[in-house]
Design a protein around this ligand. Structure first.
Ligand SMILES: NC(=O)N[C@@H](CC(=O)O)C(=O)O
Ligand SMILES: [Zn+2]
Ligand SMILES: [Zn+2]
Length: 440
């Protein structure tokens, strides 16, 4: 078993090629022309061997951090487990994921969040930070034990009823007030329940033509606007999940201009796919919030480029085929995202000139770690930092095959599409979880 790695000619954040030595779980040295002997002046005697990795043409990125992943365990191990979901995460270049609370039982107690946290440690592919539910059982009636989850071994800092909106304004106010004590954040799934009763797809001329109940942009925007005002009123932190409309981007932009502590995320699928795909009636494209118009996609990209949207989060939402292989109205909402996120971001943001690789690192590693208060991840690749990093080949191309997924589920909307880029290696605390594009 090697204890150290020498990565040759990697381009850190797309910069000039350099070598990176990883030792003892940390970045030990960064310079061109390093060899396999130990760093000069180091009193560390290398007993294990050094594995040399040829990273010619590869970009080194800090390990990606997902603020929004559904791992389904406990309760829906037929869709995903902590182990399979974190394998998919590692394949996507992630070293940390926040696991959403809509499991069965719901992650609304210290016991459940500690269980999810422990399962992540045991699997060893990716650090798992459980998100705690805001309300008991996601029922939207009583606040869950936020303090007990924060004080638990899982150290929860992000709370969300994701899948459901905390629609009661008084409960939302109380939750925002409560988490101030430990600098937590409420991540809101912004969906007015009354305005979206029975909703199936983006409300537009097309939804009328297809005979699918419409999901208006205002159902999202009204909740975001209200929550920005509540956050400002109580002086707390709000994070907006899966922003999907141009109007939402405008509201968040305005809130930030006012100095309110509001952050927001966009999902890869909302940066690429549009509501026209609903015309296929293929539920692979059914997601919450729904795919929107080309103008919305444009606004999300612009918002991500100018920093209005802080984060790209996957909203990886695995579903077994019996929940997706049915008619549109009966199908579950959600799509896979972990293994394709970086490719979609390259395609929509980097190849279009909207973001450079430093901008990608900010939005897919530094910012999500900051918002989630995760200290071991989301750090620049520097000497002394924990060796959490990904090596990515932006020149590779691949045709997505759902059967190849490390996830237990197969509901990727990109099957058959050619996407740019490939994760060659992922390191978690100096240990490879992916090598040569394969799980270790
Ligand atoms: N995004 C989805 O379409 N589905 C998510 C729930 C959610 O993120 O709201 C799920 O849990 O399946
Ligand atoms: Zn959601
Ligand atoms: Zn979600």
């Amino acid at each position: 078993m090697s204890t150290s790695y020498l990565i040759k000619n990697a381009r850190i954040l797309g910069g000039e090629p350099t070598d990176i030595r990883i030792e003892g779980g940390k970045v030990a040295e960064i310079a061109p022309g390093l060899d396999t002997s130990s760093p000069s002046g180091s009193d560390h005697s290398t007993t294990g061997s050094t594995t040399v990795i040829d990273a010619d043409g590869l970009i080194a990125l800090p390990g990606l951090v997902d603020l929004h992943t559904h791992l389904r365990e406990p309760g829906r191990e037929d869709a995903e487990t902590v182990e399979t979901g974190t394998r998919a995460a590692a394949m996507g270049g992630f070293t940390a994921v926040h696991a959403m609370a809509n499991t069965d039982p719901v992650a609304d107690t210290a016991g459940v969040v500690e269980q999810v946290h422990r399962l992540g440690r045991e699997a060893g592919y990716c650090d798992v930070y459980p998100v705690g539910a805001v309300t008991v059982g996601l029922q939207g009636e009583r606040l869950a034990e936020l303090g007990a989850m924060a004080d638990s071994a899982a150290r929860v800092r992000v709370f969300s009823d994701d899948g459901h909106c905390v629609s009661d304004p008084l409960l939302m106010r109380r939750a925002l007030e409560y988490v101030k004590a430990f600098d937590g954040v409420i991540a809101q799934h912004a969906q007015d329940p009354r305005l979206t009763e029975g909703a199936q797809m983006n409300e537009s001329e097309l939804s009328g033509r297809l005979g699918l109940a419409g999901w208006p942009a205002v159902a999202e925007e009204a909740i975001i606007a209200r929550d920005c005002l509540l956050t400002a009123h109580v002086g707390s932190r709000l994070h907006v999940c899966h922003v999907s409309t141009a109007g939402s981007v405008e509201i968040v932009r305005d809130a930030k201009r006012k100095g309110w502590h509001v952050t927001a995320e966009a999902c890869p699928h909302h940066l690429l796919l549009t509501d026209e795909l609903a015309a296929t009636y293929n539920p692979i494209y059914k997601v919450n919030p729904p795919l929107r118009s080309a103008a919305d996609v444009e606004a999300l990209r612009a918002g991500l480029a100018d920093g209005t949207i802080d984060v790209v989060a996957t909203d990886h939402a695995p579903h077994p085929h019996e929940d997706k292989d049915c008619e549109w109205a009966a199908a579950a909402f959600g799509m896979l995202g972990l293994e394709t996120a970086l490719s979609i971001v390259q395609h929509t943001m980097v190849d279009t000139g909207l973001l450079d690789w430093a901008g990608v690192a900010e939005r897919m590693s530094y910012a999500p770690a900051r918002i989630g208060q995760v200290t071991d991840h989301g750090q620049p690749i520097e000497v002394g930092a924990p060796a959490n990093l990904a090596l990515y080949d932006p020149a590779a191309t691949r045709v997505v095959d759902a059967a190849d997924s490390a996830s237990l589920s197969r509901n990727t909307p990109y099957a058959g599409r050619e996407l740019p880029g490939r994760i060659e290696a992922t390191f978690l605390r100096g240990r490879p979880t992916v090598m040569d594009g394969k799980l270790v």
